[in-house]
Design a binder for this molecule. Sequence first.
Ligand code: PLP
Length: 380
Amino acid sequence: MSLVRSLERAEVDAFYTLNEGRLASVTREFTEHFSGRVLYAVKANPLPKILHTVSRAGVAGFDVASLAEAHLVHSTIPGARSWFMNPVKSRRDIERTFRDLGVRDYVFDCEAELRKLLEVLPLHDPEIRIYVRFKCSATCAIIDLNGKFGASPAEASRLLDLVNAQSRWTTGLSFHPGSQTIVVDPYLHGIRAAVDIIEAASPAPTALDIGGGFPGHYLNFPYHSPLRMLSEITKLVRRTDALKRVELLCEPGRALVHDSISLFCRVILRKGEALYCGAGIYSGLSPARQCFLLPARAWRGGQPIQTEEWQDFIIFGPTCDSMDRLGFSYSLPRDLSEGDWIEFQNVGAYTDMARFNGFSVDKIVAIGQDELTMLPAAIQ
Ligand SMILES: *Cc1c(COP(=O)(O)O)cnc(C)c1O
């Protein structure tokens, strides 16, 4: 069903649009600007259609955080390779991903996690590559991950020695500067810290994974474009001798997927300057809960409303929970009323499809192609 017909029919109060062409071109540009392997971080959006599109557009594999994600990749794209880059894994997940799903790349950041890997995986298999995740000293991320993960650089060196002493595995290093990192500096710091560790290690690690975290476009943050960040990263890598024989990887999620999905919600009730909409933080708008001011526009009669008169609105979702309110007010046409639609753009990353109070959004309209079709899919 076309976008216009979806807007005109009263069947649902919210639906997503997915612009596959946009997703493919963003992914292609990203992979062309990075001088290494680009893995897609599945947790940013695991919709099978997205996995297919980024795979066709040039990603070299998938960063998975659980056995379930590794299964999803395996069953969605036969032959695709997964990297298990969560520093915390159960023994069962390590064993099954290795035995059943062909995973050979694992990350850890402490001795107790290494012990699990040493006890579960075959010690003499040089195809296995084990990455030590270290902490970035400088971060500039809106969502910092260093509090949770990462060994100090000195500890990372010690952990590499332990791997080399006890196995024939290949080693690598990884860091993650945190999600929505808005400038390139933390990546450059991280790469320099990795070089120090690489130069001190013997044998030297053969891979460096600089993580995800590249920023998306939201209205409340200035940010460097990911492509500009990638060219600065490439410049540094090219002039660093210690990285000549090191394979480079990165794991973007948000930057690839965020701006190919919009969420359309119908205005169900207007009460003064409050709008109660067909979707809220429990059904698709979780990115707008606190951190992000999403680009948004209003639609009426199948097209965007043109107006000179604007007003700030408080936006509530449809549930009975008072927390179901967006973290910012949104400037929308002053005469917005029941039955109009609001399009929240750039919701593609970390959109939360949890059902709450019986409200959910499980329709996706494909746009941006020659034909506009309604897909009966739910984001899993
Ligand atoms: C979440 C995560 C990513 C993706 O982060 P984005 O901010 O979406 O790019 C990549 N790698 C790891 C290890 C992660 O935990």
